[in-house]
Structure formats: C-alpha cells, structure tokens
Design a binder for this molecule. Structure first.
Ligand SMILES: *Cc1c(COP(=O)(O)O)cnc(C)c1O
Length: 393
C-alpha cells in the first residue's frame, strides 16, 4: 500500500519496516560495526568496495535507517539522520550552517544547551548569535544581519511554553536567504510538522516523546531537500554523533505507540491544566490548550493538538516551588519530559538554577514556575497527588 495515503497512526506502526526473508515482524537489530564488501570470490562483478550499500555503522546502518525513514515520512521530509542525542542533532545543524563570522537568530527560551553551545563554544570560532522572543516575528526580522545564516526556533519552547509562528519565521528567514531549523521536540511529529509550514530542517530529542519510555537518549534531524540532508550527513559522520543500532531499535519500538501515548497524555494535561487554573495557590497556568494562553489561537492553527507539557506559576515563588518538589508522591521529580511517567521539575531550583533571576525572567519564567510533563497515568490520580502536595505549600 502506498504509505503517502496512510493516516498518521498507520505510518507510526509500519514506517521504515521492509520485511526481510525471515518474515520478522519487527525491524531486526543489526548490531554490527562494519559490513562485508563483496569481492570477486563472492561473485561480485565490481572491484571490492565499489558497489553501493552499507559500509560502516557510523555512516549508516539498516536498523538506524529504518528509524530515519519512519520519522522522515512522519515529518514529510526527504530523509532523516538519527543522532546519539538531541544535542547531537542540534550541534550537527549548527556545525553545518554556521561558518566563521556568521550569525544566527534563535528563540531566547530554547533548551539551555542549544543556547550554551553557540554562546560558549561556537563563539570561539567567531560565530555570533542573537536570542530573541520569537513569539513576535518582528523580533526575528529586527535581529537579522547581512551575515545571518540560520534562524533557529523551538516551538513550543522550554520551559515557558511559548509558541512561535513557524510559517512567518520561515518567510523572514527565506527573505534573508537563510534557513529555518525548528526544534519540534515538545510537539512531536504527531502534533506538528514544521516542514509543511516552510521550515528547512526539523529536529528532535527522541529522548522525549518519540521514544517516550525514559530509557534512551537520542536525536534525529529531518531535511526538506536532498542537498541540505547531504550536507548535514557529511558533518554528522565527521562529528561522530551517529545513533547506535540498539538505540534505534528501542526508539522504533517507542515510536510505534507515539499516537496513543500523546492522545492520552494530552487528555490528562487538559484536565490537570483546568484544575490547576482554579487552584488558589496557583497564580497562572501555561498550557497552550487553554484559551488564556497568549498563543492559543496560533497553536490551534499550526498544531493538531496541544500536547502534554504544561507549566504553572506558584503564588509562593521559590520556596513554594521547593516545597512542592518535596511533597509530590506520584509525579517523579526529574528533568526530561515526554515519557509515559509524569515528571515534575522546578527550573529556578533545578535545571535553570545556574541562570541569574534576570536571565530567567528574560527567558519568560520566574521563580515560582513549575514544569509538568504529563504521562499516561490516570489524570485523577495525578490531580490527587498535586492536591496533597499543594496543601503543603
Ligand atoms: C532534551 C531536549 C534537547 C536535547 O536532547 P538530548 O537528547 O538531551 O541531547 C533539545 N531540545 C529540547 C527541546 C529538549 O527538550
């Protein structure tokens, strides 16, 4: 059956699988570092090494390729490159597109290391960056310089749950002759396909929703055209940030259930967000599915659902955040997100403790902000857990 005609869940279940002679229903793990060339002794007509196919696992591997094909299809790209981690994907984009003396414009509230890598490391090679509030596309336009090579948007962004207009960002990038890359980790390809909105490259930390079981760290890049894909692949294989076949096997297994996991988790998220909005100790709730969210209408247009990530602001600030972290019993106190288990985290005392209060506020969140990644537990149990924990605050 032509897969272009299949729905999203059918693509999730079958993507990348081409049954071999054994009839295996799942993609086998090709746990090999290298692949044998056929020489004349094996009946090859070409000189050894001249035929196509797999050569060495850093350059390509059938299990990894199955995952790449599946995610490329979901995102509507020409191909994908799986990487050792989400940061492996981010660094591959930067190293491919940013030359000495070039400039990029990025979302101020991006995943921390996506900003640190440019400001701390690529700056040593003369790369400059301007991080702005991309919820207002005029800020991107005003930050563009003649040597800007990349616009880098994360939407929804972390942890402030800000949404950027991807089609408008693509237009600004293209008017200036540069490319748009979108970190689509929070939405997952199930809810948002940035290439269809005009982006050139999409990337994910598959550690999060795509794998969804908190047992793998990995990343993936998807490109709109073959030329960009080839350039990214050339850099990735030289950086050595390739995904391992066993990792790819686990991620493929997680990917098969992405649809039902996201559907269920976002149902829970909506219920919890509404409950939190009515709680006296909560100052505000940031869930893009609530009409109180400033980019709710934009999110309704560019996403097919609102996802399972939410954040809320406690009236009691830093101390209230710490107390809440000490009091939850069902939600797990941990960084990361997008798994079957609900995770809770307090950026001001945990992930973003190293940032100054001013920088945190500039990135769109204050001391009482709590991030909550809704899993697939019963929403009523999660609400009961938050209820008893908030009573301690
Ligand atoms: C986790 C994350 C990353 C980095 O991914 P790793 O797999 O941890 O390297 C990048 N972007 C976003 C939005 C993330 O949440």
């Amino acid at each position: 059956m032509k897969s272009a005609k299949l729905g999203m869940n059918s693509k999730l279940v079958h993507g990348g699988h081409h049954p071999d002679g054994s009839g295996a229903v799942t993609v086998p793990i090709y746990q090999t570092s290298t692949f044998q060339f056929k020489n004349a002794a094996h009946g090859a007509s070409l000189f050894a090494g001249e035929e196509g196919g797999y050569i060495y696992t850093r350059l390509g591997n059938p299990t990894v390729h199955a995952l790449e094909e599946a995610v490329a299809e979901l995102e509507g790209g020409v191909g994908a490159i799986a990487t050792a981690s989400g940061m492996g994907a981010v660094s591959t984009v930067y190293m491919t597109l940013l030359d000495e003396g070039s400039h990029m414009v990025g979302t101020a509230s991006v995943y921390g290391p996506s900003r640190v890598f440019v400001e701390k490391h690529l700056s040593r090679f003369g790369v400059e960056a301007t991080f702005v509030d991309t919820t207002n596309v005029d800020n991107i336009r005003n930050a563009m310089r003649p040597h800007t090579k990349l616009v880098y948007v994360e939407s929804p962004s972390n942890p402030a749950m800000q949404v950027t207009d991807i089609a408008a960002a693509a237009q600004v990038a293209h008017e200036h002759g540069c490319l748009l890359a979108v970190d689509n980790t929070f939405a997952s390809p199930y809810l948002q396909q940035p290439l269809a909105l005009g982006a050139d490259i999409v990337l994910h930390s598959v550690t999060k929703f795509i794998n969804g079981h908190a047992d793998v760290v990995g990343g993936i890049l998807v490109a709109r055209d073959k030329e960009i894909l080839g350039r990214l692949h050339d850099v990735m294989i030289n950086l050595g940030s390739n995904m391992d076949p066993h990792q790819a096997y686990l991620v493929l297994r997680g990917l098969r259930t992405l649809g039902i996991r996201v559907e269920r988790a976002q149902q829970g998220a909506e219920k919890i967000a509404r409950w939190l909005e009515a709680h006296p100790k909560v100052a505000s709730v940031r869930y893009i599915g609530l009409s109180s969210h400033p980019q709710h209408d934009l999110a309704s247009r560019q996403m097919s659902g609102f996802g399972a990530m939410l954040a809320f602001e406690l009236k009691g600030g830093l101390d209230a955040g710490r107390t809440l972290m000490d009091s939850v019993r069902l939600a797990t106190l941990a960084v990361s997100l997008g798994g079957v288990e609900t995770l809770i985290e307090h950026p001001a005392s945990m992930t973003h403790a190293g940032m100054s209060r001013e920088d945190r506020e500039a990135a769109g969140f204050s001391d009482g902000l709590v991030r909550y990644s809704v899993g697939i537990e019963d929403a009523d149990d999660l609400i009961a857990d938050l209820d008893q924990a908030l009573a301690e605050v």
